[in-house]
Design a protein around this ligand. Structure first.
Ligand code: FES
Ligand SMILES: [Fe+2]
Length: 451
C-alpha cells in the first residue's frame, strides 16, 4: 500500500483532529513500533503472573517476543525469545513452569536466568567459543513499580518514574486495597483480537462519551436489576447508567483517566459503607474485612474511590480489578489481553464476585467487550473513505481547564483522547523524552520474591 503522506506528524495531528491515515498506514505503524514500543517504556507484565521460580509467560515488547520468567533465584527476568545459535524462538508455550528453555532446532538449552547451559556436541567448536557470551539477550532496562514490570529496549532514556509521573498514583490506587505482592494474577486471561488499529482501543478505553450508546443493552440490563433491587440504596436514581458523573483527566506523558471518584457515593453523605453493606452478604463480608484491616474511615475512602480507570501510555489500561494490555501486531490487527486480579486476603466468595462482575462486561463473550471491538472494525473500515480524512477530537476543547499541570474536562469530553495523541505526536517527532546519558547495566532483573 502506498504511503498516503510524507509522515509529517505535525500536520497530521492537530489539537482537535487527527488524520485517518495514522490508523491505517503500515509505514506509520512501523514508525510507531520503532519510536514508541522499541525505545520507550512499555508495560510487560505483573509480578503476580509468575509467583514461583520457573514460572514464565510469553510477552512482546512491540513486535519483539519476550519471555517474562521468575528465575530460580526469585528474580523476574525479561529474556528476548531468540536462540543465540541460529535464531529460533526457544519458548512457544504461553505460560508454564520450567527449569530451562530448550531450543527445538539443535538443542541449545538456557537456564531461567538466560544463561546458556547446554550445547550438543560442543567439542565441534573451537577454543574461542564461550558459552558465557551466548546467554539469551535481556531487555536492556527493566523496572518495576508496585509489582507492574516495564521494559525498555533502549539502554538509555528517562527513568520509569519520570515516564509514569502523576500516573504512578493510579497504580498505587489499583493495588491500594492491598500490598502489591498481595495481588494475584492467576485466574486466567481473556485474550481476543480485532481487525483494527491499536490506538482505537486506547482511545475507547478512556471514552466517557460512548457507553450509553454503544453499550445500551448493558445499561438497560443494569437499570432493570437496580430498579428491581430490594435495597433502597441500589434503587437510587443517581445510579442511573446515564447519570454517571466524573471527570476526564490528562495527567501528562500520554497517561489519561476517567475519574469516577465520588461518582456513586457522594450523595450518601460521603459514607459509602451502608450502601455496600446493604448490597449482598459478600459485600458486607468485604466491608468487614476492609474495616478490620484498615479501620472504618480508610475502608470508606477506599470504597468511595472505587479503584481506577486509567490508561498508561502506550499499552496498559487499568479498569476496576482488571489489567488490560494492548498488543499491536499490524496497522489493522491488534490483540488484547485482560488479566482480572484477585486479592489474596479477600474471602473466596468476594474474589468470585470480583471475577463475575468483570466477566459480565469484559472479555470476548461479555456485555461490553464485543460492542467495542465491533466499533473499532467499523472505524477501520470507515477509514477507507478518503474524502474529508479527519477524525474529530474537539469535544469539550473550549471548556477544558488546566489545574496542577493536568488538563481536566467533563466526563464525556475528549480530553483523554487529546492527551494520548499529544504524547503520541511528541514521541513520534521528538523521541521518548529527555534522554538521560546514564547507561544502566543490561539485564537487571527486578522483583525479587520475598522470603
Ligand atoms: S537455532 Fe537454536 S539450537 Fe540451533
Ligand atoms: Fe466501551
Amino acid at each position: 500500500m502506498k504511503p498516503q503522506h510524507d509522515l509529517d506528524y505535525e500536520a497530521l495531528v492537530k489539537e482537535d483532529r487527527v488524520h485517518i491515515s495514522l490508523y491505517t498506514d503500515p509505514t506509520v505503524f512501523s514508525d510507531e513500533m520503532d519510536k514508541i514500543f522499541h525505545r520507550g517504556w512499555v508495560y510487560v507484565g505483573h509480578q503476580g503472573e509468575v509467583p514461583q521460580p520457573g514460572d514464565f509467560r510469553l510477552k512482546r515488547i512491540g513486535l519483539q517476543p519476550v519471555i517474562m520468567v521468575r528465575d530460580q533465584a526469585g528474580t523476574v527476568q525479561l529474556l528476548l525469545n531468540r536462540c543465540r545459535h541460529r535464531g529460533a524462538t526457544v519458548c512457544q508455550e504461553k505460560q508454564g513452569n520450567t527449569r530451562s528453555f530448550r531450543c527445538m532446532y539443535h538443542g541449545w538449552t538456557y537456564q531461567t536466568d538466560g544463561a546458556l547451559s547446554g550445547v550438543p556436541g560442543m567439542d565441534a567448536y573451537g577454543d574461542e567459543f564461550q558459552r558465557e557470551d551466548l546467554s539469551l539477550a535481556k531487555v536492556p532496562r527493566v523496572a518495576s513499580y508496585r509489582g507492574f514490570i516495564f521494559g525498555s529496549l533502549s539502554p538509555a532514556g528517562i527513568t520509569l518514574e519520570e515516564h509514569l509521573g502523576r500516573a504512578a498514583a493510579e497504580l498505587d490506587l489499583f493495588v491500594g486495597l492491598s500490598e502489591a505482592e498481595d495481588v494475584e494474577v492467576v485466574s486466567g486471561t481473556h485474550q481476543y483480537s480485532y481487525q483494527a488499529n491499536w490506538k482505537l482501543a486506547a482511545e475507547n478505553s478512556m471514552d466517557g462519551y460512548h457507553p450509553m450508546i454503544t453499550h445500551a443493552s448493558f445499561g438497560q440490563a443494569l437499570m432493570d436489576k437496580i430498579q428491581n433491587s430490594p435495597s433502597p440504596e441500589q434503587r437510587r436514581e443517581d445510579r442511573d447508567f446515564a447519570s454517571f458523573r466524573g471527570a476526564t483527566i490528562d495527567m501528562g506523558n500520554g497517561h489519561v483517566m476517567l475519574d469516577y471518584k465520588m461518582r456513586i457515593y457522594d450523595s450518601l453523605n460521603g459514607d459509602p459503607t451502608p450502601a455496600v453493606r446493604a448490597m449482598t452478604p459478600e459485600g458486607q463480608a468485604h466491608l468487614e474485612e476492609l474495616t478490620r484491616r484498615f479501620g472504618h474511615q480508610r475502608a470508606a475512602n477506599m470504597l468511595r474511590e472505587g479503584g481506577t480507570h486509567t490508561f498508561i501510555f502506550p499499552n496498559l489500561i487499568l479498569i476496576g480489578i482488571q489489567m488490560r494490555v494492548l498488543q499491536p501486531l499490524r496497522a489493522d490487527y491488534t490483540e488484547v489481553c485482560l488479566y482480572p486480579t484477585l486479592l489474596k486476603w479477600l474471602a473466596p466468595e468476594v474474589n468470585t464476585i470480583r471475577l463475575r462482575s468483570h466477566e459480565a462486561f469484559f472479555g470476548s463473550a461479555s456485555f461490553g467487550g464485543p460492542d467495542d471491538s465491533e466499533i473499532f472494525e467499523r472505524i477501520q473500515d470507515g477509514c477507507a473513505v478518503q474524502l474529508e480524512p479527519w477524525q474529530l477530537l474537539s469535544r469539550g476543547l473550549h471548556r477544558q481547564r488546566h489545574e496542577n499541570g493536568m488538563i481536566l474536562g467533563e466526563m464525556a469530553d475528549e480530553v483523554t483522547q487529546r492527551g494520548i495523541w499529544r504524547q503520541w505526536k511528541k514521541v513520534m517527532t521528538q523521541g521518548t523524552g529527555v534522554a538521560r546519558t546514564t547507561r544502566q547495566r543490561t539485564g537487571n532483573g527486578v522483583a525479587r520474591k520475598r522470603g
